[in-house]
Design a protein around this ligand. Structure first.
Ligand SMILES: [Zn+2]
Length: 420
């Protein structure tokens, strides 16, 4: 990213400065650095008027002007980004006793000086030998400690950065789970997938109802619904030889819920026929392709998002449609398949006098006498995994790439390696 300033006042020497900066790409960063470099060369007690086309820079300047350029440290760290640059702007304004004024000019509106500095910045941008500015941070008055990540100074609100790092790490762990091998090889719209999981509740409110729904959705996503095969693991002596409570014919694991003969009516209803989405409405279990079962679990195929985008819906509308469609499907599945199945299960257990106490005794017995060996016999090639190296975070810092967008790329590469 390139930036620069030109001194245009006739009463002062004409100065032109241009340079480039790296990391944390955004349009706001070069604008902030242009202001910083301009005031560094201003004389003491000067009246400085800076014409800029960055409204974000003006907003930050107004925020600090209201504190007389002596803000509380907390408010500096609360800035979403570029807090080191803005702290230095504050310190220089104070130490040089500048009267700083920022004035907005519309970009590309024919303002001759704005056009001039834009063209000079483009020249620097296209020149491989341009200088790269480095800010020295060891002598600041307000900030004595800088958060570093892999030798990169974190120019983002520390709180936001740490929470983002933790989210990326959590995602990498989830992505690498053995059970997710299929989703590493197919194209998932991860952003929509996590939005569907979170639901549409505001992030600052927690209710028992929404927490319960989220927990249920997570069980779908992780195939952890308490099917007979699942509860057998905890209570093998109670549920040994039990079959599906609905058809009483086959063992009941997660996949059987959808293939159970007694649910065939529901399973063959397709809401609308979208031919271009090859397997979307397919109600079968497939280890390689995404089907409607994966959608029920909460994995949103990228083909669905792309199809809706083709209908000229914007991203927000696409995500709302996907959220509503998933919510509708989830409620239908819960009310028509899972809840009736659980009611049957309760009746069975009641008839056989299986009480909570009996289950608890069984679990205690199982854990003390357990001779089970849990063997991890899943052996996938290493190409299926991404390294736990926070690579997507690194891409975000260096190139400003969307973190979950990076995962689509990883999916694609894994997919190509797998099939060719
Ligand atoms: Zn069945």
């Amino acid at each position: 990213m390139s930036f620069g300033f030109a001194q245009a006042c006739d009463l002062s020497p004409k100065v032109l400065f241009t340079s480039t900066c790296q990391h944390w790409p955004s349009s706001y960063r070069p604008e902030s650095l242009a202001i910083l470099t301009a005031i560094i060369v201003s004389p003491i007690n000067a009246d400085v008027k800076i014409y800029t086309d960055s409204q974000s820079a003006i907003d930050t300047w107004l925020q600090f002007r209201s504190t007389n350029f002596d803000p509380h440290l907390r408010s500096i760290f609360k800035l979403r980004s570029n807090h080191i640059v803005w702290n230095q702007i504050n310190e220089i304004v104070t130490s040089l006793n500048l009267k700083l004024q920022l004035i907005y000019v519309k970009a590309h509106s024919g303002d001759p000086w704005n056009e001039f500095i834009d063209s000079k910045c483009s020249e620097v941008h296209n020149n491989n030998n341009s200088s790269i500015i480095t800010l020295l941070t060891d002598n600041m008055k307000n900030i004595h400690y800088i958060l570093n990540w892999n030798n990169i100074e974190v120019e983002q609100s520390p709180r936001k950065f740490i929470s983002q790092t933790s989210k990326v790490r959590g995602f990498e762990e989830f992505f690498n789970l053995a059970r997710n091998v299929k989703y590493r090889r197919t194209n998932i719209d991860w952003k929509s997938t996590f939005e569907v999981l979170s639901g549409d509740d505001p992030s600052n409110i927690t209710t028992f109802k929404s927490s319960r729904k989220k927990a249920e959705k997570l069980k779908f996503l992780m195939e952890e619904l308490p099917t007979i095969e699942q509860i057998k693991k905890s209570f093998p002596d109670i549920y040994d030889n039990w079959l599906c409570p609905v058809c009483s014919d086959v063992i009941e694991d997660f996949n059987h819920i959808w293939s159970c003969i007694c649910h065939s009516d529901f399973c063959h209803v397709s809401l609308i026929d979208i031919n271009s989405l090859d397997n979307f409405w397919d109600f079968s279990i497939d280890n390689n392709c995404l089907t409607f079962i994966d959608f029920i679990k909460g994995f949103i195929p990228i083909t669905l998002s792309n199809y809706l985008k083709l209908l000229i819906f914007n991203d927000k509308v696409v995500r709302t449609i996907i959220g509503d469609l998933h919510d509708f499907t989830y409620n239908e599945v819960m009310n028509n398949i899972w809840k009736p199945r659980c009611e049957l299960q309760v009746v069975f257990e009641k008839n056989l006098s299986i009480t909570k106490k009996k289950k608890l005794d069984s679990r205690l017995n199982f854990s003390t006498n357990s001779s089970f060996n849990f063997i991890n016999n899943v052996n996938f090639s290493s190409v299926d995994y991404i390294e736990n190296s926070l690579e997507s975070l690194r891409n975000n810092i260096y190139f400003g790439k969307d973190i979950l967008g990076f995962m689509l790329h990883v999916n694609y590469v894994s997919f190509i390696n797998f099939y060719y």
